[in-house]
Design a protein around this ligand. Sequence first.
Ligand SMILES: Cc1cc2nc3c(=O)[nH]c(=O)nc-3n(C[C@H](O)[C@H](O)[C@H](O)COP(=O)(O)OP(=O)(O)OC[C@H]3O[C@@H](n4cnc5c(N)ncnc54)[C@H](O)[C@@H]3O)c2cc1C
Length: 425
Amino acid sequence: MSWSFANDPGFQPELDWIDHFVREEVEPLDHLLGSQWNIHDPEFQRLVRPLQAKVKARGLWACHLGPDLGGKGYGQLKLALMNEKFGRSRFGPIVFGAQAPDTGNSEILAHYGTPEQKKRYLEPLLANEIVSCFSMTEPQGGADPLVMRMAATQVDGGWVLDGEKWFASNARWAAFYIVMAVTDPDADPHRRMSMFIVPADSPGIEIVRNYGFYGEPEDGHAHVRWNRVFVPADNMLGGRGDAFVVAQVRLSGGRMHHAMRTLAQATRAFEMMCERAVSRFTKGEQLARKQMVQEKIADSWIELRQFRLLILETAWLADQGHDWRAIRANVAAVKAAMPKLLHDIAARALHIHGSLGLSHEMPFAEWVINSFHIGLADGPTEVHKVTLAREILKNVEPCGDMFPAYIRHEQQARAAERHGAGAMA
Ligand SMILES: Cc1cc2nc3c(=O)[nH]c(=O)nc-3n(C[C@H](O)[C@H](O)[C@H](O)COP(=O)(O)OP(=O)(O)OC[C@H]3O[C@@H](n4cnc5c(N)ncnc54)[C@H](O)[C@@H]3O)c2cc1C
């Protein structure tokens, strides 16, 4: 078993290139453009396309995919390190061809798409000629996928979808949806739903309203009504009743990439906090000399390093050939930890900047709100903590006696018996 914290020397220059490129060329776009999924905006075409071309020329485009699909097949550890660099910028992921939900949707299509579907949807998606939407949540509930009720009724040649979806991110810009619907209402709860690919211009898809949240440049999360939308039989991805299995293909890797981008945002907040602490004077001394400010900086550094190690360990385990199910405790821990990390560090950075920190001139309030976004999207934190606890406890045996075997006097007695020595008083 090799064990090292060093970067592969051949890869370090790539990370250095990404770091410089993102700071110099990508970050400015965050202040100029609307939604990063609005590829139809002429300004997006003018400003983002040339940067994407540079990434492609460097060979760093869509690295989440294997070489057969035009990616590098880097594995999760290198992807994590890349996301840590380009996650600094709102436009970083799309400039590198690695933006959610298109990454996850492309993985689903690569696994389950027919050759025609790959040609029609996957190829343009990978080239970012189109963007896509993943739609599972419904108005009556998101954290509990067993309450979904959008119906898919079998008809001659295909299915008819009827129902409502909620918070379908990027639906308004998407060329297609990957959508879950109930095909078998009487089946086992986890076998009731199937996954479909549906072109966004299918008759009967109605965007009721687009919702946004504080800090987003454009409202991009749609309430969508499906009014008897016909879908050909071939558009089912995976088998009938397989929706949860298919969804898993996209979720775990996606959560890891979100986590590294979150780390990048929290690191930016931390860097600003540090600069402010050494720049601002009050009561005759630097803020940085106040012990309670020092505590905030120390706590933030510790939390960043702890979180980074947890993500990298999880990415490393994935690269060792463990499938996502085998390391679901790690993935759940990463998902559960990330909102708190961002929330706490962004809030401290805001506070240390005082009134300036609260103002629209600083990004901290947006980042605090973003911590709630990442605590909800892909399932709320509580659900991931439950998963983690279940994983931890599933192989723990209960003690059959009133008192545990590790009660001190029992341990002393066993130790004395083993070593023939007298018990400590
Ligand atoms: C910015 C953003 C983008 C999103 N994009 C998409 C998308 O593209 N596609 C999509 O399908 N969905 C998307 N979602 C929806 C997201 O998956 C849901 O918001 C999430 O699953 C929670 O569902 P809900 O909002 O209905 O909250 P609810 O299910 O009503 O849960 C509300 C709260 O109840 C508590 N809670 C819920 N379950 C438990 C539990 N088991 N134990 C303890 N407490 C619990 C938690 O505090 C939780 O936050 C997005 C959400 C956000 C915020």
